[in-house]
Design a protein around this ligand. Structure first.
Ligand code: SUG
Length: 448
């Protein structure tokens, strides 16, 4: 049976703004308070989805969340009508209003961890929504994420959904941003690679000194258990704490993998040699030939990687077996990174082509091409069981761009977030979106 890697991209929501909410994420911190352009952000994301669809890749779309999250503000004690809740939060606790308006659910690499059916004990595709416990503005995403994923992958014969892990720092889970899967073919058993930043219960693992390590070993292990993965099909590795302290807040800022290939920076991991040997031997047991491409620090520094997001690229397999890298335009703007990419694609290796995308609106909050997509490996039967409303087609692209043009503002600053009209605009837009994507009622305002 045929199998595919389907990229489900997060559609940028109408409140996209620069709230400076993510300590440890250099871009989010340095662009704090700048005014944003939600319309441009959503159109940039849609252009990437369209381009991948036109290149022949399977492409889907994941809906944004309801923001401002009035229900979250109510849980923090703000009361009255919805407009009064927003007004009071703006007056008494602006940072909480900003957090409740974040469009951070666009970075769907953090929505969940997904294990394809070929890896799991019960032969279903497993999803665990990420608790995103490290940042308040992201910790409020998972209930809606679970409802949206449930509406997209509804068939219980094919799909199993797990609620987010306990919402405490010891089980900090950031989803697929710290998870990669290696395999020969997407429909065959593979090796799932979990990268953690620290251990919550075992102090033999070093931790970063400056910035938080968002993913714990214990969270990764819990996800592997929930998904019914075999020990022989799992490899755990620790991210180098020094790179977390330089702004590498997720593994997908310093490494990306696909098929049998890991593309990574020399400083990305601890104990790199033993990790590579384990990946090689475990992949060999399922018939795969593990290959790694190490980018030396002499060619690209960690700082270059953080600024350019070279590793937050999408590594895609083409029908002829070669690979294509989708990178943000910031890679072209960095001389060393661009020179490295030229030498990589002309070296006769597997990665033959680089395509550049303008994702500046998302990049300024620390989200590149890979952050914007959740990969789901599906066989033909499973793909047919996905809600067809969320699979990208030329007509859907047309409807979504028209929807963005109709509902989105082209400028948003912090003071605009207090405008009660924005809430109405967003709800009207999202109500229409659930009809376009055939999701049913998934948002709090549609349910309560
Ligand atoms: O969690 N930025 C996101 C970026 C997530 C990127 N995802 C991956 N690397 N997979 C984060 O730090 C910034 C929001 C703001 O400051 O307004 C933010 O949430």
């Amino acid at each position: 049976m045929k199998s595919y890697e389907v990229n489900f991209d997060g559609l940028v929501g109408p409140t996209h703004n620069y709230g400076g909410l993510s300590y440890g994420n250099v871009a989010s911190q340095s662009n704090s308070q700048q005014s944003s352009n939600p319309k441009e952000a959503a159109l940039q994301g849609l252009a990437k989805m369209k381009a991948l669809m036109e290149m022949g890749f399977q492409q889907g779309v994941l809906a944004p969340q309801e923001r401002p999250d009035v229900a979250a503000l109510r849980r923090l004690g703000f009361s009255g009508t919805d407009a009064q809740v927003i007004e009071r939060a703006a007056k008494e606790a602006m940072p909480l209003l900003v957090a409740s308006c974040s469009a951070s659910s666009m970075w769907v690499a953090n929505a969940a961890t997904v294990s394809p059916s070929a890896d799991t004990a019960d032969g279903r595709v497993h999803f665990t929504a990420a608790n995103l416990n490290c940042k308040y503005h992201r910790s409020i995403e998972h209930p809606t994420t679970s409802r949206v994923l449930g509406a997209m992958f509804a068939n219980q014969q094919n799909f199993a959904h797990h609620a987010a892990l306990p919402a405490v720092a010891q089980f900090g889970d950031e989803g697929a941003a710290n998870h990669t899967r290696f395999c020969r073919e997407y429909g065959e058993a593979g090796v799932e690679f979990f990268v953690f930043g620290r251990s919550a219960f075992d102090n033999r693992f070093p931790a970063p000194q400056k910035y938080p390590a968002r993913q714990t070993l214990e969270a990764s292990q819990a996800v592997a258990r929930l998904h019914g993965l075999r020990d022989e099909g799992v490899v755990y590795a620790q991210q180098n704490p020094n790179v977390i302290d330089q702004g590498v807040f997720h593994n997908d800022v310093i490494a990306v993998g696909n098929g049998e290939v890991l593309f990574y920076h020399e400083d990305a991991f601890l104990d790199t040699e033993s990790m590579l040997a384990e990946l090689q031997s475990k992949l060999a047991k399922v018939g795969g030939n593990f290959q790694s491409v190490c980018v030396p620090r002499s060619a690209v520094t960690v700082d270059d990687a953080v600024r350019s997001y070279l590793f937050n690229s999408q590594l895609l397999s083409r029908p002829d077996g070669s690979m294509l890298l989708i990178v943000p335009q910031e890679c072209q703007a960095n001389e060393r990174v661009w020179a490295y990419l030229q030498s990589l694609t002309s070296s006769g290796g597997l990665i033959r082509e680089v395509k550049v995308f303008d994702l500046k609106q998302s990049m300024q909050n620390g989200g590149g091409p890979a952050c914007l997509r959740l990969r789901v490996a599906l066989n033909e039967t499973e793909l047919a069981a996905v809600n067809p409303g969320v699979i990208m087609t030329p007509p859907l692209y047309g409807s979504l761009t028209a929807w963005v043009e109709k509902h989105y503002r082209d400028r948003l600053s912090e003071t605009d977030l207090a405008d009660p009209q924005l809430l109405l605009e967003c709800r009207t837009a999202l109500d229409e979106l659930t009809q376009i994507l055939k999701l049913g009622a998934v948002y709090p305002f549609q349910i309560n």
